[in-house]
Design a protein around this ligand. Structure first.
Ligand code: UDP
Length: 239
């Protein structure tokens, strides 16, 4: 597969065209960001971690029957994905109260939620990715009612699959964010990345934070923590 011109540059990834017009090449960068990009730091080795962890998780999701855009990891920092039309939503699923949820609703961090809660954020930098509801999604023509139902069903299926996967490596899935795309055939497909950048992961025994909160809250080094998650995933079969 030939890497061609840069198609899109995000906060921590670059997307390149390839010689196959149905395939993008993603390069994960050594970049950490927080506060919607206001804080930005070069973190050596992070691209490699996120590429490997995301590839591993998408392969596991494929094995659990969840269709997604991932095709193949082709180098330490690069992977091939299926091109889809991205839907400008951040879909968050929460199992335990943390982050913005605790502030918005004054719920103590760590409170187990009685059922998984789905939230939508409109991916629009100029508006700071606002929290929106189903009717805003329809009003903004982001997705149809039928698509929105499919997105919710997919988000809950991903939650079940990820909860199970992480539990096997003694990690509690607190919450996570996914993004979805539309295929040329009009199907909704899981896309983007799933890594400690996009999930809150707490050690099941110690409640240690094994995710980007160590960077957001400046409570430790990010690389050893991401390495720990990757190693647990890699050794999963051996346990
Ligand atoms: N999240 C993300 N990208 C964002 C915002 C949130 O991946 O731009 C993830 C975050 O890592 C967490 C979940 O979505 O796992 C819920 O995040 P929250 O709304 O609590 O926001 P935060 O406290 O991270 O600002």
């Amino acid at each position: 597969m030939e890497k061609r011109k840069l198609a899109y540059e995000g906060k921590a990834k670059k997307l390149y065209e390839t010689d196959d017009n149905t395939v993008f090449l993603v390069e994960y960068l050594d970049q950490a960001t927080a506060l919607n990009g206001l804080r930005k730091d070069a973190v050596s080795g992070k691209g490699k971690m996120n590429n490997q962890i995301t590839a591993y998780i998408f392969e596991e999701l494929t094995a659990k029957g969840i269709a997604n855009h991932f095709l193949e990891k082709i180098s330490k920092t690069e992977q091939l994905i299926r091109k889809v039309e991205m839907i400008p939503l951040e879909v968050v699923v929460r199992n335990v109260a943390a982050g913005s949820f605790t502030k918005r609703l004054a719920v103590a961090e760590g409170t187990t939620l009685p059922f998984p809660i789905i939230e939508f954020y409109y991916k629009e930098d100029a508006l700071d990715d606002p929290f929106i509801n189903d009717e805003h999604v329809r009003f903004l023509d982001i997705a149809s009612e039928v698509e929105l139902e499919k997105i919710k069903t997919l988000a809950l299926a991903v939650n079940d699959a990820l909860k199970e996967l992480f539990l096997e490596i003694n990690i509690r899935l607190i919450d996570f964010k996914i993004e979805v795309g539309r295929t040329a055939e009009g199907e909704i497909l899981l896309a983007d990345e799933i890594s400690p950048d996009t999930c809150r992961l707490w050690d099941q025994t110690t409640n240690e934070h094994l995710d980007k909160d160590v960077y957001r809250r400046e409570i430790g080094d990010l690389i050893p923590v991401y390495e720990e998650v990757l190693n647990r995933l890699k050794n999963k079969g051996a346990n």
